[in-house]
Design a protein around this ligand. Structure first.
Ligand SMILES: C[S@@+](CC[C@H](N)C(=O)[O-])C[C@H]1O[C@@H](n2cnc3c(N)ncnc32)[C@H](O)[C@@H]1O
Length: 317
């Protein structure tokens, strides 16, 4: 474990400094011990949301290199943030999955990047960021982040909040870690534009919950092939006639997805089906949550007509 970490992380229970002692971290004040597994400090308790941890952990073990070449896609999730926004910033990727977005943040010029995730995905993440010395991976829980308030210039969380039981609390925990003048980005499922997903896919996802992630993975293959064909169909339809394309719901989304390799599309289907819980945010709900936070600017934009990206900056200014 890189000792530089100790300049940033604190006890997730009492926010006191940690000391390194015989291969574990110990809180100076409350005595909490944090084990270190494969060089990764593990802050999350084993019994916290084991289903989410197991299912997403399995997912990333199957798709460890997804996003490898997808810089434009990363910037699309966090729109309107551009590459140069990262320069010299201290950044947190909350729910970092396979760590490749954290790696890109470092490549974009961030000073230090932390990626934290509840699941064993952190092992893939650690491997993926091995060549970036300023990226640190932790296993932990968004509700009890091991960082002092106002640690980060920029915090982002992509595709995480919608899978949590206490979503507003999680957003407030992220907000708390943003420095004065800093920024927060979220990408979440949208309620608007997802009628068919909620009516057709959600019951299937709920039913599949009884199965192990391995079985859900196998069952996802055929729908993924169907998804791939649909995406290709809409890609060509939208090329031939923009008018015709606009008649169909989700055509913008299908057409966008057709740009990615099959593996990426398979991951999208599997990710949707393996999640133990999913929530679809209405725009006004996000507006209300962010009204209660002190940001100078809040921009909420639609992504492909079916999800929301929030970019809030100028905290407490
Ligand atoms: C859909 S994935 C998104 C991962 C990554 N942000 C990306 O864009 O690829 C959701 C991630 O959130 C993580 N997660 C779920 N609940 C969490 C929690 N309470 N604290 C931290 N991470 C959590 C999961 O383990 C999973 O890796």
């Amino acid at each position: 474990m890189d000792r530089e970490l100790l300049n940033f992380i604190v006890c997730s229970v009492c926010e006191s400094p940690l000391i390194y002692k015989e291969d574990v971290l110990v809180c100076e004040k409350c005595g909490k011990t944090i084990k270190i597994e494969d060089g990764i400090p593990v802050f999350s308790e084993d019994d916290f949301d084991p289903e989410t941890s197991e299912k997403f952990g399995f997912s990333w073990s199957k798709f460890p290199d997804i996003y490898k070449k997808e810089k434009e896609d990363f910037l699309n999730w966090i729109y309107p943030v551009k590459e140069n926004f990262f320069k010299e910033k201290i950044v947190l990727d909350a729910g970092c999955g396979n760590g490749l977005h954290a790696k890109m943040s470092s490549e974009f010029g961030a000073k230090v990047v932390f990626g934290i995730d509840l699941s064993k995905a952190v092992k893939e993440a650690k491997r993926n960021v091995a060549d970036r010395k300023n990226v640190h991976i932790l296993q932990g829980n968004i509700y009890s982040l091991p960082f002092l308030p106002e640690t980060f210039d920029y915090v982002y969380s992509i595709g995480v909040i919608q899978h949590l039981p206490y979503r507003e609390k999680a957003i407030k925990e992220l907000y708390k870690r943003v420095k004065k003048g800093g920024a927060l980005s979220l990408w979440v499922y949208g309620y608007e534009g997802t009628f068919w997903v909620r009516v057709l896919i959600e019951p299937i996802r709920k039913f599949l919950r009884i199965f192990s992630p391995k079985i859900i993975y196998v069952l996802s293959f055929l729908p993924a092939v169907g998804f791939w064909i649909t995406n290709k169909f809409f890609y060509f339809l939208c090329k031939i006639s923009n008018k015709l394309c606009k008649i169909f719901p989700l055509s913008e989304y299908f057409s966008y997805m057709s740009n990615f390799p099959f593996k990426y599309q398979f991951n999208t289907v599997f990710d949707q089906l393996v999640a133990p819980r999913s929530y679809f945010f209405k725009k006004e709900e996000l507006e209300k949550i962010f009204e209660g936070l002190k940001f100078k600017n809040v921009v909420i934009t639609s992504r492909n007509g079916m999800s929301w990206r929030v970019f809030a900056n100028g905290k407490d200014e």
